[in-house]
Design a protein around this ligand. Structure first.
Ligand SMILES: *[C@@H]1O[C@H](CO)[C@@H](O)[C@H](O)[C@H]1NC(C)=O
Ligand SMILES: *[C@@H]1O[C@H](CO)[C@@H](O)[C@H](O)[C@H]1NC(C)=O
Ligand SMILES: *[C@@H]1O[C@H](CO)[C@@H](O)[C@H](O)[C@H]1NC(C)=O
Ligand SMILES: *[C@@H]1O[C@H](CO)[C@@H](O)[C@H](O)[C@H]1NC(C)=O
Ligand SMILES: *[C@@H]1O[C@H](CO)[C@@H](O)[C@H](O)[C@H]1NC(C)=O
Ligand SMILES: *[C@@H]1O[C@H](CO)[C@@H](O)[C@H](O)[C@H]1NC(C)=O
Ligand SMILES: *[C@@H]1O[C@H](CO)[C@@H](O)[C@H](O)[C@H]1NC(C)=O
Ligand SMILES: *[C@@H]1O[C@H](CO)[C@@H](O)[C@H](O)[C@H]1NC(C)=O
Length: 360
């Protein structure tokens, strides 16, 4: 592990900053930062802490540089898969830091905040009717697959509805990130004021709460409640939904598949999401205005990805020999709905592999 870190932007699809590559020996980064679009990648450029641009590596199979492509989840899955199967890299001891911005549930956190998730829940993997054609008693058009109404457990599971990551590592990342002084702006403070009825948070902070993935960039109070409910139902009451994004289920599924082939250690995954915009309108505002209006949280949320994330990266690198090289053993279940990596999920229909995992 001579190398320090690498940055993967799913959009620009460059791997940056892995030193010590000699063309023969695989690069073994201590930390790989996973960013989803250009602004998220750029907050790591020209920073005082380290030079992530010291070396760039291009991996075949990553998506070409399309400036206008929005990073849909299918990109995330394909990019991570290509990386994991690249012979240029040895990622068996690498820590993966997902570092992206997200929509935020104002009941749990406020714009500018940095969150660390234990659960990532794929809330759009459901049945759906258009809102104008829903049964009278349905609060929204979404309801779980195989079920007959919202609020029920899914009857047919795809397996990727929930991913749970290493909580002991998450607690360490949280403690490291909390040492950061976060950014805030006057514009964000003004925007926050109109949410004072929904949130008690007066300024950005580092918090522990869970993330939801949906291909659809949704907005509104009803869908916000749907996501709160779905997150709770899919995790058997465990997850507290606070951020919404479009990639983490794909990233985590690709990493889990990599772990099945022993290409990565799924116990070394950290999901960090900062809050750039509200998932729903403020009192008196419309869901449309919330989505199409200004996003004053964008700037501080990007800055805070670096400010908080760099503490995590430095912590891992500085405490490598004493702590992180050997790994942080999880004490919670980690993996998918089906128990593919072994153990018994605390949600879903139970392990399909009698607790032994798909490799057994
Ligand atoms: C890596 O790429 C960045 C931007 O794409 C560039 O500024 C930098 O000079 C490159 N580094 C090397 C060592 O070529
Ligand atoms: C990858 O690195 C680990 C140590 O971190 C080593 O045990 C393993 O042999 C390496 N794998 C390959 C294919 O070089
Ligand atoms: C946040 O960052 C902006 C842009 O760099 C800067 O103007 C502002 O002073 C910063 N605020 C704090 C509280 O650090
Ligand atoms: C999850 O990821 C896959 C890509 O692997 C994507 O096709 C799918 O739509 C995603 N699911 C949700 C609910 O967003
Ligand atoms: C969320 O769940 C609560 C409690 O079961 C229910 O009253 C409410 O209608 C649900 N809301 C949505 C939008 O699904
Ligand atoms: C916020 O709550 C207070 C007290 O419940 C109420 O008087 C006020 O109208 C609410 N403000 C908005 C914008 O909903
Ligand atoms: C960590 O261990 C490596 C290899 O054993 C050694 O070269 C390095 O100096 C150590 N680093 C620290 C900070 O002790
Ligand atoms: C879900 O929660 C219930 C009630 O707390 C518990 O009895 C059940 O065992 C849980 N299911 C799983 C899969 O852990």
């Amino acid at each position: 592990m001579s190398t320090i870190l690498a940055l993967l932007s799913l959009l620009s699809c460059l791997l940056l900053g892995a030193s010590g590559y000699n063309g023969f020996e695989a690069i073994a980064p201590k930390v790989l930062i996973i960013t989803m679009f250009d602004p998220e990648a750029k907050v790591w450029f020209n920073i005082p802490e380290f030079d992530i641009l010291a070396q760039n590596v291009t991996v075949p199979g990553l998506s070409p540089l399309f400036p206008d492509v929005h990073c849909a989840e299918i990109n995330a899955a394909s990019t991570i898969s290509s990386l994991l199967h690249s012979r240029d890299f040895n990622l068996t001891s690498t820590y993966f830091l997902v570092a992206g911005i997200a929509g935020v549930n104002p009941k749990v956190a406020t714009i500018g905040s940095v969150t660390f998730a234990r659960y990532a829940v794929q809330v759009a993997l459901q049945y759906e009717f258009d809102a104008r054609e829903i049964p009278a008693q349905f609060p929204t058009g979404y309801f779980p697959q195989g079920s007959t109404a919202p609020g029920q457990m899914p009857v047919s599971w795809d397996g990727t509805e929930v991913f749970e990551v290493n909580d002991a590592l998450r607690q360490k990342a949280f403690a490291l990130a909390k040492t950061a002084t976060l950014n805030d702006t006057t514009e964000a403070q003004l925007a926050r004021a109109s949410y004072s009825n929904l949130t008690t948070a007066a300024c950005p902070s580092v918090i522990l709460c869970d993330t939801a993935t949906s291909d659809t960039f949704w907005s509104g109070d009803l869908l916000g409640q749907m996501v709160e409910n779905t997150t709770r139902v899919f995790t058997n009451g465990s997850a507290e939904y606070c951020t919404t994004q479009q990639e983490d289920n794909a990233t985590l599924n690709a990493l889990m598949r990599g772990a099945l082939f022993r290409l990565v250690d799924f116990a070394r995954v950290i999901v960090m999401r900062s809050a750039s915009d509200w998932d729903r309108q403020s009192p008196g505002e419309s869901a449309v205005a919330n989505l199409l209006g200004p996003t004053p949280g964008f700037e501080p949320s990007l800055l805070n990805l670096h400010l908080a994330g760099v503490k995590v990266v430095q912590g891992i690198v500085n405490e490598w020999n004493s702590t992180f090289a050997q790994g942080i053993p999880p004490t919670n279940y980690i993996g998918d709905v089906f128990g593919s990596l072994g153990g018994q999920p605390d949600f879903g229909p139970g392990s399909l592999f009698e607790g032994k995992g798909a490799r057994a």
